[in-house]
Design a protein around this ligand. Structure first.
Ligand code: HEM
Ligand code: HEM
Length: 183
C-alpha cells in the first residue's frame, strides 16, 4: 500500500494568485502588442501597472505569506541561501525563499520602471525623446531576462523540492512543512 499523501496547507491567498496570473497575461500582451494591435499597448501597460500597485498594497495588507515583511530579508540572507543551494543543502521555505524574494522585488520594480518610461514617452514634453524610448525598450528586455531567470528558478526549486510550484501558484496549496523546513 502506498504511504498516505502529505497533507497540504494553504500558502498563497486568492489575491496573490489572481494578481500573479493577471500580471503574467498583461506583460505577455504588452510584448505581443508591440508586434500586433499597437492600439491596445498602452491600456494593457496600464493594467500591468495597476496590478503591481495592488500587489504592493497586498504586500502590507495581505495574509501571512503575501506580506513583504514575511519574505523580503537583507541581501545577505539571499547570498547565504545561494551558498547553501550550491552545496545542495538549502532549506525548503513554505513562502518565497530569500533568493526568489529579491527576484520578486526586481520583477515588480522593472514593471514599474517600464510603465513609467512608456508613459513618459507619450507625454508632450518627451514625445519622440530618444533616451526615454531607449530606456523603455531596455526595461522591456531587462524584464524579459528577469522572467527567464524567474521561471528557471521556479523549475529548479520545483525539481529540488519535488513539488510543483506552478500548481501551488494555481491552487494556493503546498505540502505541509517538515521539521527542517522554514515555515
Ligand atoms: C510576465 C511574467 C512573470 C512575472 C512578471 C512574474 C512575477 C511574479 C511575482 C511578482 C511573483 C511573486 C508572487 C507574489 O507573492 O505575489 C511570482 C511568483 C511565482 N511565479 Fe511568476 N511571474 C511571471 C511568470 C511566471 C510563469 C510563466 C510561471 C510559471 C512557470 C511563474 C510561476 C511562479 C511561481 C510558481 C511563483 C511562486 C514562487 C515561489 O514558490 O516562491 N511565473 N512571479
Ligand atoms: C507590460 C508593460 C509594457 C511592455 C512589456 C512594453 C514593451 C514595449 C516594447 C518592447 C516597445 C518597443 C517596440 C518596438 O521596438 O517597436 C514598446 C514601445 C512603446 N511603448 Fe511600451 N511596454 C509596456 C508598457 C507601456 C506603457 C504603460 C506605455 C504608455 C502608457 C507604453 C508606451 C509605449 C510607446 C508609446 C511605445 C512606442 C515607442 C517607439 O516608438 O518605439 N508602453 N513597449
Amino acid at each position: 500500500m502506498s504511504p498516505p499523501a502529505a497533507p497540504a496547507v494553504k500558502v498563497w491567498d486568492r489575491p496573490v494568485r489572481l494578481l500573479h496570473w493577471t500580471l503574467v497575461v498583461s506583460v505577455a500582451l504588452g510584448w505581443l502588442t508591440t508586434f500586433w494591435w499597437f492600439g491596445a499597448h498602452q491600456p494593457i501597460g496600464w493594467i500591468a501597472l495597476v496590478v503591481v500597485a495592488l500587489r504592493l498594497v497586498w504586500g502590507f495588507a495581505g495574509s501571512r505569506y503575501a506580506r513583504f515583511a514575511q519574505f523580503v530579508h537583507a541581501p545577505r540572507a539571499a547570498l547565504a541561501y545561494l551558498r547553501k543551494m550550491r552545496r545542495g543543502d538549502e532549506p525548503r521555505h513554505l513562502g518565497h525563499n530569500p533568493l526568489g524574494a529579491w527576484m520578486i522585488v526586481a520583477l515588480l520594480l522593472c514593471v514599474i520602471a517600464l510603465c513609467i518610461t512608456g508613459w513618459l514617452y507619450t507625454t508632450d514634453a518627451l514625445w519622440g525623446d530618444a533616451t526615454v524610448e531607449m530606456l523603455h525598450r531596455s526595461f522591456a528586455w531587462a524584464l524579459l531576462a528577469l522572467i527567464v531567470l524567474h521561471v528557471g528558478g521556479v523549475i529548479f526549486t520545483s525539481l529540488r523540492q519535488r513539488e510543483n510550484l506552478v500548481t501551488s501558484m494555481l491552487n494556493g496549496e503546498k505540502r505541509a512543512p517538515r521539521d527542517d523546513d522554514v515555515a
